[in-house]
Design a protein around this ligand. Structure first.
Ligand code: CP
Length: 315
């Protein structure tokens, strides 16, 4: 594995190996001294062309915990606003010694463009490209599911688990990456959402689809993962209005109370509290949303370690 662009590129053995490395990094993160020398003297650049809190900060912490030097580049305030291209931005960073590029971009395929190019020598990690993929989010989600349901000492797959992913599937790179990875790991995955946000091309990625949320919740899922409504990517009217969406597809307290007490509640963040998930549900004991964030640091340490320390650098 030279780059991490899509969870569809991971076979089961590679995915489990990464999760097990993530578990080891999570143990490092519980120590008083949360630092490893693995990437000392190496340089990682975080290139963010879209806003982010969790992904950007956790990649920065992850690289620093592996002792790498870290450069944080935000398109806002950079020479991108003067018209500089992605190629020239990458060439500029690599001329300064950057060896790994973590990129979030509004364009689906941006990470692959760099990885496949003959003008970049860097290891490339896709930190979210348009509506396409967000592979490290899916890896941290899988680690959280495994830890929570099977225990933190588990080193196996997710066979037999049932995961329901609900909401704005159409615009969700998280849903796509999770569908590929969770199924590779042996879980059964279902999507639920209004027909406008659940086209047939996306429905083909999973084992089951539901248009009715209450019917889906009766399906005895181990995990219910709520998705953010991505208003910023909607250029036409996908929803009647927010109140109706919340009534039909929101994880309200009433719907939450109908679930088994062992059902795990997830959300990749950022949340629209009161829209796709009730605030009390997000803060409930069954919610593992902050565990997802904590595992984000561990999983991103695992990915950087795997690509930079185990695979080596240089095409
Ligand atoms: N889950 C996620 O990607 O969050 P950010 O947009 O804050 O990075």
């Amino acid at each position: 594995m030279r780059h991490l662009l899509s969870t569809a590129d991971l076979d089961k053995a590679e995915a489990i190996e990464l999760l097990n490395l993530g578990s080891e990094m999570a143990a490092v993160n519980k120590r008083d001294v949360k630092k490893l020398p693995a990437l000392s003297g190496r340089t990682v650049a975080n290139l963010f062309f879209e806003d982010s809190t969790r992904t950007r900060i956790s990649f920065e912490i992850a690289a620093k915990r592996l002792s790498a030097d870290v450069v944080n580049f935000s398109a806002k305030g950079s020479s991108v606003s003067k018209g500089e291209s992605l190629k020239d931005t990458v060439l500029t960073l690599e001329a300064m010694g950057v060896e790994a590029i973590v990129i979030r971009h509004w364009s689906s395929g941006a990470a692959k463009t760099i990885a496949d190019s003959d003008w970049s020598k860097s290891v490339v990690v896709n930190a979210g490209d348009g509506t396409h993929e967000h592979p490290t989010q899916a890896l941290l989600d899988a680690l959280t599911i495994r830890d929570t349901i099977l225990g933190s000492s588990s080193t196996g797959d997710l066979a037999g688990l049932r995961v329901l992913i609900v909401g704005d599937v159409l615009h969700s790179r998280v849903a796509r990456s999770n569908a590929h990875l969770l199924r590779t790991l042996g879980a059964k995955v279902a999507f639920c959402g209004p027909a406008t946000l659940l086209p047939s091309s996306i429905a083909d990625l999973v084992d089951e689809t539901y248009l009715n949320f209450d019917e889906a919740l009766a399906g005895n899922f181990d995990v219910v993962m709520m998705l953010r409504i991505q208003q910023e990517r909607m250029n036409s009217s996908f929803l009647p209005n927010e109140t109706e969406y919340s009534n039909l597809y929101g994880l309200t307290m009433d719907r939450f109370n109908s679930l088994r007490s062992s059902t795990v509640i997830m959300h990749p963040g950022p949340m629209n509290r009161g829209l796709e998930i009730a605030s009390d549900v997000a803060d409930s004991k069954q919610s593992v949303i902050t565990n997802q964030v904590a595992n984000g640091v561990a999983m991103r340490m695992a990915v950087l370690y795997r690509l930079m320390a185990q695979e080596g650098v240089g095409k």
